[in-house]
Design a protein around this ligand. Sequence first.
Ligand SMILES: Cc1ncc(COP(=O)(O)O)c(C=O)c1O
Length: 431
Amino acid sequence: MSDTIQKYKEYVMTGFMKSVVPIVIDKASGATVTDINGREYLDCFAGISVVNAGHCNPRVIAAAKAQMDKLVHCSSYIYHVQPVADLAEKLAHIAPRGLTKTFFGNSGAEAIEGAMKLARLYTGKHEFIALHASFHGRSWGALSVTGNMGRKKRGGPYAAGVTFAPAPYAYRSQWPNDPEECGRQCARAIEDVIRFTTADDVAAFIAEPVMGEGGIIVPPPTYFKEVKKVLDRHGILFIADEVQSGFCRTGKMFAIEHYGVEPDILVTAKGIADGFPLSAFTTRPEIAAAYKPGDHLSTFGGNPVSCAAALANIEFMEVEDLPARATEIGKYAIAKLCELQKDNSLIGEVRGLGLMIGVELVKDEKLTPATAEAEAIRDGLLRQGVLVGVGGVYGNVIRFQPPLIITRPQIDRAIAAFAAALQDVSQPAQV
Ligand SMILES: Cc1ncc(COP(=O)(O)O)c(C=O)c1O
């Protein structure tokens, strides 16, 4: 056993891994990571959907290094620093209309907490509505609005005043062949949730425009417009959690752009700085004004190095037109995966937007989740040098979320490896 793995076993509290995969990553570049033995892996998970502009993107690294030589940290609650100002201005230009003021934190969960607190202060209301199958982070408030027992277990009871509405998950709904109807019914259900389960004191509805951890659930095109009508009738804010779907992942700078509605608060993290720790929530000036001096602070939030990296990252995305690349390569990958589906009944559904792609595996026509098979396929891919994620409420969705600079030959390699792993799992070797 390597020295690194030995130390992990003895000293690192991982909190998530069931078993530590015996690989020690040494370096990474573009869409590949390399272990300490020099073996290369094609990374089709991008560090959980983070390094959208590629591992160690040279322009991002150069910007971070230049900033490091000047200033790494300065107390964020009194002084002004240039990278924070420049990044906030940039976000105001690229965020959905009207969202021009940003608060910076360090992680997705932290930004979710800050956005929820702000929504309560602005509206003077206290409750939240979230979706089944959602995921918003591991802190207590974020878990309180997470609709997945798998993530919440052993941590409850959670915050009072949170209710859940059905997710527009057409494949597992009564309308598997009519996603639009599923979306309409799920939007309508929010009206019932308000009427029957709340105290008419709802500050905000929180949702991921494309649901990541829940299994890459893509709401149908009219869903959020219908939802917004309900929210507007009741004076409820819309918090869009774009921690995973933001920064070109779905073929738009932000996934909510696919739906033609503007959220009141946009929460971002992961892809914002290509791997440097940073998160943000961005809102309208009148909502931002609900935070009075002393209300909110994060010591490391808006770290100058992370902000400089984020600026270079976003510029790279614009110059290289990563939304277009994600759209094009994503369509190509989905088409190839759909081809595989024709000959393999284990693939229940292939779905996704841009390069946020999920393949849901099922054992039969009753859609019994093929959870063990999903894990076996992930392991099979790992043996072939391809990294993917496994997720979904039932742990049966293979997730392809590579860096958006991935090339077609690399996608071909990943899908060929997936086909081989699928074959092994579908037809176990005879003994
Ligand atoms: C949609 C969404 N929100 C929030 C989070 C939490 O982000 P973090 O792990 O940076 O706290 C995640 C993480 O996976 C996420 O996917």
